[in-house]
Design a protein around this ligand. Structure first.
Ligand SMILES: [Fe+2]
Length: 183
């Protein structure tokens, strides 16, 4: 079984029944990842694996700290001995470091999981932040507004997204630029 099939199956097992909307989003993010093949080439599968697994930390039976990038990355590292690149991408997806600061989990996140190469980090952020909660494509500004309205202005996630917005926009613009020039 290939890594993409493995990741698809694992995410489906963890999310499809427990969190069907999150599973719909996940499938949309994975489709976006595959669409980046023109700029990622051989690394498209790596990104697609990370896309399938990026939100498994929401699965009720593996929530630990409640910070889903860290819970998901630790689960992949400790239970599945997943590839370091995949664990790092999941740990840091969509500028997670800002939510880690809000949750006082910055040291845990950054000591346990190094940053990955920027283009893959930015590509995963691009895929997540241009896919809505039901898996349909959204412009990044619509996606940011959707997160704010879903959580409400006082929520920790909304504060974190505000702090992450420059990082998210930079990632989306960079991937769009690379797709436009085909490099
Ligand atoms: Fe996420």
């Amino acid at each position: 079984m290939g890594q993409v099939e493995w990741a698809h199956g694992l995410a489906k097992d963890l999310l499809a029944t427990a969190l069907p909307r999150r599973w719909a989003h996940t499938q949309g993010v994975a489709a976006r990842a595959m669409s980046l093949a023109p700029i990622l080439g051989d690394e498209t599968d790596t990104l697609t694996v990370a896309a399938y697994l990026h939100d498994i930390g929401y699965a009720p039976n593996l929530v630990d700290t409640g910070f889903h990038p860290l819970d998901g990355a630790r689960y992949l590292r400790d239970v599945h001995q997943a590839d370091d690149t995949i664990c790092r991408l999941v740990a840091h997806h969509s500028c997670a470091v800002n939510e880690a600061l809000e949750r006082s989990l910055f040291d845990e996140l950054t000591v346990e999981f190094d940053e990955e190469q920027p283009v893959l980090v930015q590509a995963l952020t691009y895929c997540d932040m241009t896919t809505g909660p039901d898996g349909v494509h959204l412009d990044v500004t619509e996606r940011l507004a959707e997160i704010h309205s879903r959580y409400g202005p006082e929520h920790l996630v909304s504060r974190s997204i505000t702090a992450s917005t420059p990082c998210i926009l930079a990632a989306v613009r960079e991937i769009e630029r690379l797709m436009a020039v085909g490099a």
